[in-house]
Design a protein around this ligand. Sequence first.
Ligand SMILES: NC(=O)c1ccc[n+]([C@@H]2O[C@H](COP(=O)([O-])OP(=O)(O)OC[C@H]3O[C@@H](n4cnc5c(N)ncnc54)[C@H](OP(=O)(O)O)[C@@H]3O)[C@@H](O)[C@H]2O)c1
Length: 328
Amino acid sequence: MKALICPSLGPPETLIVADVERPSAKAGEVVVDVVYAALNFFDTLIIEGKYQLKPEPPFSPAGEFAGRVAVAGPGVTGFKVGDRVMGATGYGAAREQIAIAANRLAHVPPGLPLDKAAGLAIAYGTSLHALKQRAEMKPGESLAVLGASGGVGLAAVEIGAALGARVIACASSDDKLEFARRYGASETVNYATEDFRARLKEITGGKGVDVVYDPVGGAMTELALRSLAWKGRLLVIGFASGEIPKPPLNLTLLKGCDIRGVYWGEFVNREPEAHRDNMSQLLSWAESSALSVHVYAKFPLEAYLQAFEAIAKRQALGKVLLQVGKDL
Ligand SMILES: NC(=O)c1ccc[n+]([C@@H]2O[C@H](COP(=O)([O-])OP(=O)(O)OC[C@H]3O[C@@H](n4cnc5c(N)ncnc54)[C@H](OP(=O)(O)O)[C@@H]3O)[C@@H](O)[C@H]2O)c1
């Protein structure tokens, strides 16, 4: 079968599409025919050995997928051949088939297309965990989302709106902001052309922002921290800018505010019940179209370079997919 392989750590140009053996299903496992594998920003890091998760090459990138059950292994209950399923694995999904523990799979509800299901688990899972369990977001509070048109950013915009927050989308171009408005942002800040702090102050009537969702890092983080309201919360999601910031801690004292870290993968392992509740909430929102799970583009597996480029060049709006199998 075909697989996208990272044969040794390096940039996307080192990846290859190769023929590999089909996996078999051990006890408790399911083999899935992957239809779509979704890429995230961290795939650009994992293939270079620059991410916290460091698989040994050779491995396949792509941490999430949707497809159909091909084989249910010994002892598996609840899944049968042909079922539409989705799952998250960290890495390993950019291949025609994947073997995965049945308890890491979820059924895709009938009203949800497989392409939208493929990109739901990580970005939307992260943003719901961040806003619900970490920020304890309340209806009516203000939420500034940095990188608001990216994978986790758009998810935070949509989930924030669904939770009743007043969503302020923050991004580097007017097109990206217009896009975020379509999915629930009521206010916008272009941080490439506007004074970020002055605009957030103006939008919140001088009070400051209750919650900041920050997947960007770098210089933006300190500006965001300085824009928080009394008892505000800064959510540390990631560092797409490439720089881990070191903001002065006196700012937390002055504002009685919190800096809260978010690590979705660890949440899934440590709090499986809360994760399952979050996933059923996301699936039901996605099925009823309360979440768009907007797909920026579906690239054939062989066009992986273009898919990685869309992420690295900051072009992607929402999710980037690799199409591996036929979507019947
Ligand atoms: N904590 C967790 O559990 C968790 C889970 C998933 C992802 N993450 C992290 O969240 C971050 C975003 O992931 P994603 O998959 O949503 O990425 P994405 O779709 O590529 O979006 C990232 C956004 O960051 C902004 N950005 C600023 N500087 C950038 C740069 N130099 N290169 C690329 N983008 C830049 C861009 O928006 P503008 O152009 O508008 O600035 C872009 O839309 C990553 O750091 C990822 O590792 C964390």
